[in-house]
Design a binder for this molecule. Structure first.
Ligand code: CS2
Length: 520
């Protein structure tokens, strides 16, 4: 075959290697957009005319599959309605803070990328065009600060994960000694640029104040309780390190609405790039894969904004009931699934949900233990739980357990421990929650595959080594981690003994049998 090609190449008088190379697939970009097959949905507004009005911090897959898609629908609705002479002004400039990968992948594509909506047996592709600029904070920190302060920036959104809020779980306030900001706060006194989301936000707001401008609305889209109020408090704590009057101004002048965001977005895999290329006929280095479900509930705020309600977003006076069921039922159960599944040697959420024992455990956990802890609302929680089960079972979504379970020590409090405390204090047993927390402990203190990334992983491994097979001793050592468990829960005898019993059951029987024992 190679010889034949070489002969042909010699006849045609060009190098043999060239004849063996297939023509490279052209890259998705504004220039190639017109080549998309008609079946691929693409932005239905004029991208060249789209002015930017949103600055986003944390340009990961979730942002691209969630807020950027809601904004795309809102821009399409605006274009369809013909909004007078003004061009639409809600393009997004998205900044990555930790890694330059999004910049490197999206810039050559003019910010365009594909959202692959995966159902149980179908995939739908849509090209999204609302991300009109991509920054990497470390390239030009002063530029990012200036962007936050730019009068065109009316809204700053964030998806930076719970860990980036650098919270002290005991107080819910900024932990000044947090590894995420400790060095930055020290260096800032010497005039160094920030590197954290909080640092950029506070410096940007300080520049707004100095310029005497109206501040942008700051919209946290991270999964943590009262995310807007928490971000406000945290930004004020950060600002107060340098300037009390800035902290006071932030608290008084900047709106931080709470939001509940929901869409399952697994890590991007090689198959996503291959599927995007096959469906588009163009190479896309930045596709995202997700489910068809998406939800966004936003606390009402004042000022201009995209008509996100055209995309299905709900504006409400109080986000708390949505947030509580999302955090406790979806995110809390996700943690239970991740740790029990990983200990069982499973790989994905759908694999865990395929096992009838784990599926029954999950429903029991949600309905018997998480549901009674939710604030009163008219929401149909039973229907919500059944819908979650269907979403988790979607075999089109390859949601890796190590991704869902990572950084658990930062997520445990809001998602599992708060509900556990409510139950135990009310005298309600909560064996499914205790088993989930025990699985988190064993995932980090003993062998677990896949291994879970966690800021406390090394410390927990050492505790595991010190305790060996003695689960009572291990529980006692682990419960010394006040930064995870706080102080209130530790006072409850039912928690301390319940946890070590659950750990012993996991060790003796394995996760599946330990879960089955709770269902009898
Ligand atoms: C998950 C979330 O990794 C996690 O913590 O629980 O990313 C979850 O998939 C989303 O919140 C769904 O909206």
């Amino acid at each position: 075959m190679a010889n034949l090609s070489a002969q042909r190449a010699a006849l045609l008088n060009f190098p043999a290697s060239a004849s063996l190379q297939p023509a490279p697939t052209p890259r998705l970009s504004l220039d190639t957009l017109a080549r998309l097959p008609p079946s691929i949905r693409r932005p239905r507004f004029d991208m060249a005319a789209l002015r930017t009005g949103i600055l986003h911090l944390g340009c990961g897959a979730f942002h691209r599959a969630h807020q950027a898609v809601f904004t795309q629908r809102a821009m399409e609705a605006e274009a369809a309605a013909g909004s007078g002479n003004a061009p639409p002004s809600w393009g997004i400039v998205a900044a990555s803070l930790v890694r330059p990968a999004s910049r490197d992948r999206l810039r050559p594509q003019d910010g365009l990328y594909t959202v692959l909506e995966r159902g149980p047996d179908s995939v739908r592709a849509e090209v999204v065009g609302t991300v009109r600029g991509v920054l990497y904070a470390r390239d030009d920190p002063a530029g990012l600060i200036a962007r936050i302060a730019d009068p065109s920036t009316r809204i700053v959104t964030l998806t930076v994960t719970a860990s980036a809020y650098c919270l002290d779980p005991a107080t819910g306030r900024l932990c000044l000694d947090h590894p995420g900001i400790r060095g930055e706060l020290r260096d800032a006194a010497r005039g160094s640029a920030p590197s954290s989301a909080l640092g950029f936000l506070v410096r940007g707001l300080a520049a707004v104040r100095e310029a005497g401008r109206r501040p942008p609305v700051v919209l946290s889209c991270d999964n943590l309780p009262a995310n807007g109020r928490t971000l406000r408090r945290t930004a004020m704590d950060y600002a107060a390190v340098f300037d009390d009057s800035l902290a006071e101004w932030i608290g008084r002048s900047v709106q931080f609405p709470c939001t509940m965001v929901d869409r399952i977005v697994p890590a991007v895999e090689a198959a996503d790039l291959a599927d995007a290329a096959a469906m588009l006929g163009l190479a896309d280095e930045a596709p995202v894969s997700t489910e068809s479900f998406r939800q966004w509930v936003i606390e009402d705020f004042e000022g201009p904004r995209p008509r996100w309600e055209e995309a299905g977003a709900e504006f409400v006076a109080d986000v708390a009931p949505w947030e509580a069921s999302k955090l406790r039922l979806l995110n809390g159960t996700h943690m239970a699934i991740a740790y029990l599944g990983a200990l069982q040697g499973l790989r994905t959420v759908a694999e865990v949900m395929d096992d009838p024992v784990f599926a029954s455990y999950v429903l029991r956990f949600m309905l018997d233990e998480q549901m009674p802890t939710l604030p009163p609302s008219g929401h149909d929680i039973q229907a919500y739980a059944r819908q979650l089960v269907r979403r988790w079972r979607n075999p089109g979504i390859v949601h890796q357990l190590d991704r869902v379970g990572r950084n658990g020590s930062d997520k445990l409090q809001a998602r599992l421990l708060a509900g556990l405390r409510d139950n135990l204090e009310a005298g309600r047993p909560a064996p499914c929650t205790l088993l989930a927390v025990a699985a988190w402990v064993l995932c980090h203190t003993g062998p677990c595959s896949p291994a879970m990334q966690d800021p406390l992983a090394e410390r927990m491994r050492r505790l595991g080594g010190a305790a060996g097979a003695d689960m009572d001793r291990l529980a006692a050592l682990v419960l010394g981690m006040e930064e995870v468990f706080g102080t209130e829960l530790l006072r409850l005898e039912a928690f301390r003994t319940g946890l070590s019993r659950a750990m012993a059951a996991l060790q003796r029987k394995g996760p599946r049998a330990a879960a089955a024992a709770l269902l009898r």
